[in-house]
Each structure stands twice: as structure tokens, then as C-alpha cells.
Ligand binder design. Structure first.
Ligand code: SF4
Length: 467
């Protein structure tokens, strides 16, 4: 039984040791002992941790290969030991919020009712591909992490939540589940749920709401979801896919080695998706050590300084190209320019591209993707978006500019989720990064048009009623 007050006894999962060669993974695979330089690895390349193993083209790694390479997950550990390992590692959530993973787990363990564990694979940030890639290439690592969190939380079951259109992810996870069943791996009960593919429906409270039979939109909650679910119901413990994969690694290699693969402000490795003006937009890389934005861009084939870089996702932070090249890609480095890694998206604009035009399209996407239920989104975002679009076209007025600046101050902190905050932050950073361009736009001289559809692939958002 775990230490959670009031939880029903949960029987310890029995790892199928006969199926798990006792191979000691960490010294062979990580190759990161001692002082290290930053490293950016492609799937299957040396220096990768989560994505170590076969290259991307090889498809999902089989259970046999997974076990031969990594050995068993840490299900022999007591729940308290798993919590302690996550805490010692300093793991933070990789879905965007960067919340300390151990604190969330401890909250769930202290709740009166055992939680429903949700592995969030919905990846509602459209430019991100890391969670999909993990599920499709390393499904057993994800399912190991799911089992560990269920065991550590004293839960009885779990859900893997995906967006509509995630057929490849569903197929990979189901095939992996079949393999595990056939080999007698003692997984907890889990199943897949499918939600809408709108921007906010993957937010943790939106997922919890949908699973409780409500609308798939965020809701304000004063108590953590890990303490109390929607309507005072069963707690919901939501972890991102990459986060649970890291848990599976931490219990194998140990928190010290795992943490040492990162930097002091961002322990462990991190996955990033690079989009925009690069040879292969959407490629996922695993970053370790004191790697910089420049390291990632050079591995992605960006020659020299780009025009600007968007860090963190579509509601992230624009940084001008020269500044971006100087930035360490970790929490401390990005904080110096008001940025965070968010969901790990890095968007690249070439020299001469218009940051304001890209931002106007992103704001249009964010506005259309809001749940349309809070004041800032209903009343503020459309005006902000229209003002930004006018500025991008060089058709703006003093009144529109004043209104824009007022909204940039007024919108943050007033919605049920952080979408209005993110939209305001995106535009503020665009105004800074675009420098003299913004003044030219205000004077009625827009930048030359970029490619049709822009540099960053922004999906078309269906009308709210059809989502
Ligand atoms: S702030 Fe906006 S996106 Fe977030 S829940 Fe409210 S209406 Fe929806």
C-alpha cells in the first residue's frame, strides 16, 4: 500500500523480469559522465537519451529491443522511492507549464481519493511534434512511465488522452499494449480517450473537464486538479507524455545522472521541435547539457543568424536573431529575455521576414482557438488581433495603437487559462523583436510580403461550433 491517506491498497505491479534482461543501461547509453558540452541529438543518434535507440525511420521500437537496451522500468521501487527520485531529479512538466512533477505527485498522494492518472498526448500546440514522436518511436518508454506514475500515485487506472486525428499515435500505443500483454508485463488498467483538436482542449483542466463529461474547455479551479477534479470529483493527475518518459528514465539511470544531463536550471534532457525557415520543419531534437539556441539552429541546418526566433510555441516569445544565438537553451538563459521553453517549439524566421505579419497570423489562430467563454477572449483578443493585423499591413491609427497597448496590459491574468496572457506576451515580444520595422509599419510602410501562408505553418481553425 502506498502512503496516500485513505487510498485503497494497491497491489505492487510485478515486472516481468524474465522478459527484462538485467542490462545496466546508464553507463553505456548516456555517455554523459563528467563535464560536458551542450549536445543536440536526432532520434537514434549518440547523445540522445529518451530518443536513444533505433533511428526515426525504424518505426516503433519493439518491447524486446526496448528491454534489451534499457532493462526493466523501476517498478521494483516503492511509491515513496519513485516520488523521491522524481524530486531529487528536479523534473518539471514538459507540456508547457514546467510545474515541478514531484510536487504534483505528492499532492495527488495526499488527496483522500486516489487520482485518475492522465498521460496527456494531445499536444495541442500545433507546431510541436515531440510527444507524437515519442509515442510512435518509443511507446514502451511512455507506457513504462504511465505504469510508474499510477503505482507511485496509488491510482488504479490511467488514460492516455489524444487529439482527434492521432491515428498513428493510437496505433503505436495499442500495438505496444498488445506486445506487453503477450509478454506478461503487469501494466495497470489504461485506455485511450480522444478529444477535439482545438488549441485549448489539451490544457489540463480542459482534459479533466471532458473526462468528467463536461465541455473540453479550461475551467477555473482554486484547488489543484491533483486534489480535486471537476465539480469536486475524483482528483486528476495530468502529466505530459515527455514528462512520463523522463520518469521512466529517471528510475533507470538514477536522478543524479539524469539531472546531470541538463543544466543547473533545467535538469535532464529536453525535446524540442524546430519549425519555420529550416530544411525540415517539424524535426524533433533532444537537447542536453548547456546547449544553446545556436546549437539547435545549427543542427537544424540554419546558416548564420536568422531574422528572429520564436521560443516556446505559438504563444511564446519572439527574440531577434542575433540575441537568440547568444541564448543558452535552458530556463535561466531564456528567462533573461522573458522567454521559457514552454512546449519546446522553436520557430525560425529568415532575415528580412516580417515578425509582425507572422504574429498577426498567430494571433488570429489563438483568438479563433479560444474557448470563447471568458471576457479577455471574447472582448479583448479580437480587438488585439485586429490591431496587430492592421499594424502588420501598415494600416493602423494612433487610436488603434493606444488600444493595443492598453490591451497588452489588461489581458494577462484574467482568463480561466493562460491563452490571453500568452497572446499578449507574444505581441509584446514581437514589437520588441521587430525593432525599426514596427516604426516603419506605424508610418504606413509594411514589409514586403512573405510566402503565402507565412513561414510558420499555422493550421486553419474550424468554426467553434464544429469542433
Ligand atoms: S481564457 Fe480564453 S481560452 Fe482560456 S478558458 Fe477562457 S475563453 Fe477559453
Amino acid at each position: 500500500m502506498n502512503g496516500a491517506a485513505g487510498h485503497e491498497p494497491i497491489s505492487r505491479p510485478t515486472p516481468n523480469h524474465s522478459a527484462m534482461p538485467p542490462r545496466n543501461f546508464h553507463r553505456h547509453e548516456a555517455r554523459h559522465d563528467g563535464p560536458r558540452a551542450g549536445h543536440v541529438a536526432m532520434p537514434g543518434a549518440p547523445g540522445a537519451l529518451l530518443l536513444a535507440g533505433p533511428p526515426a525511420g525504424a518505426g516503433a521500437e519493439s518491447l524486446d529491443a526496448h528491454l534489451a537496451r534499457l532493462g526493466p522500468a523501476g517498478l521494483h521501487l516503492a511509491p515513496e522511492a519513485i516520488l523521491a527520485a522524481i524530486e531529487a531529479a528536479g523534473l518539471t512538466g514538459r507540456g508547457g507549464g514546467a510545474f515541478p512533477s514531484a510536487a504534483k505527485l505528492a499532492t495527488a498522494r495526499a488527496a483522500v481519493t486516489p487520482p485518475l492518472v492522465v498521460v496527456n498526448a494531445s499536444e495541442s500546440e500545433p507546431a510541436s511534434g515531440k510527444d507524437r514522436l515519442l509515442c510512435q518511436l518509443r511507446p514502451h518508454l511512455v507506457l513504462d512511465g504511465l505504469a510508474l506514475i499510477v503505482w507511485a500515485a496509488g491510482a488504479a487506472e490511467a488514460i492516455v488522452h489524444v487529439h482527434r486525428g492521432s491515428d498513428g499515435t493510437i496505433a503505436a500505443l495499442r500495438a505496444a499494449a498488445d506486445e506487453r500483454r503477450q509478454r506478461g508485463v503487469a501494466d495497470p488498467r489504461w485506455h485511450i480517450t480522444v478529444g477535439p483538436d482545438s488549441y485549448v482542449s489539451g490544457e489540463a483542466s480542459a482534459v479533466a473537464s471532458m473526462l468528467a463529461g463536461g465541455p473540453p474547455v479550461p475551467f477555473p479551479h482554486r484547488r489543484p486538479l491533483a486534489t480535486e477534479g471537476p465539480g469536486g470529483g475524483r482528483p486528476v493527475l495530468v502529466y505530459n507524455v515527455e514528462t512520463v518518459a523522463h520518469v521512466a528514465m529517471i528510475t533507470r539511470v538514477g536522478p543524479e545522472l539524469w539531472a546531470g544531463l541538463g543544466s543547473p536550471s533545467t535538469p535532464g534532457t529536453r525535446l524540442v521541435t524546430v519549425v519555420g525557415a529550416v530544411a525540415e520543419p517539424g524535426r524533433v531534437f533532444e537537447v542536453s547539457g548547456p546547449a544553446s539556441v545556436a546549437d539547435v539552429l545549427s543542427t537544424a541546418g540554419v546558416p548564420g543568424a536568422p531574422g528572429a526566433v520564436l521560443i516556446g510555441g505559438y504563444a511564446g516569445t519572439w527574440v531577434d536573431g542575433q540575441t537568440a544565438l547568444q541564448l543558452p537553451l535552458d530556463a535561466a538563459g531564456l528567462r533573461t529575455v522573458g522567454a521559457s521553453l514552454g512546449s519546446g517549439v522553436i520557430g525560425v524566421l529568415p532575415l528580412g521576414a516580417c515578425v509582425l505579419a507572422e504574429t498577426a497570423r498567430l494571433l488570429e489562430f489563438l483568438t479563433a482557438g479560444s474557448a470563447g467563454q471568458c471576457g479577455p477572449c471574447v472582448q479583448g483578443l479580437p480587438i488585439l488581433t485586429a490591431s496587430a493585423a492592421g499594424l502588420a499591413r501598415g494600416r493602423t491609427s494612433r487610436r488603434s495603437q493606444r488600444q493595443m497597448l492598453r490591451l497588452l496590459e489588461d489581458l494577462p491574468g484574467r482568463g480561466a487559462c493562460h491563452l490571453p496572457d500568452g497572446a499578449a506576451h507574444l505581441l509584446s515580444s514581437a514589437l520588441r523583436a521587430s525593432g525599426a520595422d514596427a516604426d516603419r509599419h506605424r508610418a504606413g510602410i509594411p514589409c514586403p510580403p512573405g510566402p503565402a501562408g507565412g513561414w510558420l505553418a499555422v493550421p486553419r481553425v474550424p468554426a467553434r461550433s464544429s469542433r
